[in-house]
Design a protein around this ligand. Structure first.
Ligand SMILES: [Zn+2]
Length: 292
């Protein structure tokens, strides 16, 4: 793995932050800013055969089912509301058709889409998550590399819910998105936003840097530029308001101070209030379309 920018390949970068894998290994990493295209990326990047080790945790929520305790319960309840919201964002104004969810986890979003009549395909690297998804939903669940076998212009909607920040081959991923979406199709990308108030406040302890699981860190400017360069136009931005609370709560835990739940809730609230003016939400949803 080289040290160049994962998008433009430039070697010119500055180090913006030194930080640790607070979530799991406590290993040291840093965030580079590409001086050519502006993308922020994690260094050093774990090799393909090592990356799996950073996901090995009981607490990695997105792959879990049937959790006990207060926070997991709240998380589950919020997830249900969030799923409806996400479904609306992805499909509003489009007649049902073919939908691809990249990084589908245990299949929560695809389950919702299938209930509404969408013909679904999922991509998921984790064998564990894939096995659960296959029990729950009809959708074919494939490996990322299998996308290359799918014909051009297959999908009406492609979604990546907090996935593009994990992708270790951004250029290849962008080629596939550009190729697989139909003309006038919709691509929905949810990613953390380090320009949000909580991102700027917690700095190296901001839980949504989540190194080295997150390899790419996007702002509205960089993601818009990257998608535009492959002919995908930003048509709308949306927000996921609950993420400000969850990320702030996790960040407070990393500070090892008292009352992380209360402090996190307050900080999340401040973040959401500020974002009403600035538009810089803790988690952004970007909606792109391929226009001829
Ligand atoms: Zn770059």
């Amino acid at each position: 793995m080289n040290n160049n920018c994962p998008w433009c390949g430039s070697e010119k970068a500055q180090i913006n932050l030194w930080l640790k894998d607070e979530f799991l290994t406590k290993e040291d990493f840093h965030i580079c800013e590409c001086l050519n295209c502006g993308l922020l990326y994690t260094m050093p990047r774990p090799s393909k055969d090592k990356i799996g080790e950073y996901y090995k945790s009981e607490e990695y929520y997105s792959h879990q089912e049937n959790k006990k305790g207060f926070i997991p319960k709240v998380y589950e309840a919020v997830k249900k509301v969030n799923l409806k919201h996400k479904y609306r964002l992805a499909t509003d104004g489009i007649k049902e058709g073919k939908l691809l969810d990249i990084g589908c986890g245990v299949g929560d979003f695809l389950h919702t889409a299938e209930e509404h009549g969408w013909e679904c395909t999922g991509v998921e690297p984790s064998d564990e998550a894939k096995a659960i998804a296959r029990r729950r939903i009809k959708a074919e669940i494939i490996a990322s590399a299998d996308l290359e076998q799918i014909p051009d212009a297959t999908f009406d909607v492609i979604t990546m819910w907090h996935v593009l920040e994990h992708v270790d081959n951004l250029k290849w991923q962008m080629e596939q998105l550009q190729r697989l979406i139909k003309n006038n199709g919709r691509i929905v990308i949810a990613v953390p936003n380090y320009k949000s108030y909580d991102g700027q406040y917690y700095k190296e302890l901001w839980a949504a840097y989540d190194v080295p699981r997150h390899l790419n860190h996007f702002s509205k400017q960089t993601i818009t530029k990257i998608f535009a360069s492959v002919g995908l136009k930003l048509t709308r931005t949306e927000k996921l308001v609950w993420d400000a609370y969850y990320i702030s709560y996790m960040s407070e835990q990393y500070k090892h101070h008292s009352l992380p739940l209360i402090k996190g809730a307050l900080r999340g609230l401040v973040s959401n209030c500020k974002a009403r003016r600035s538009g810089e939400w803790s988690s952004m949803v970007y909606i792109f379309e391929k226009k001829r």
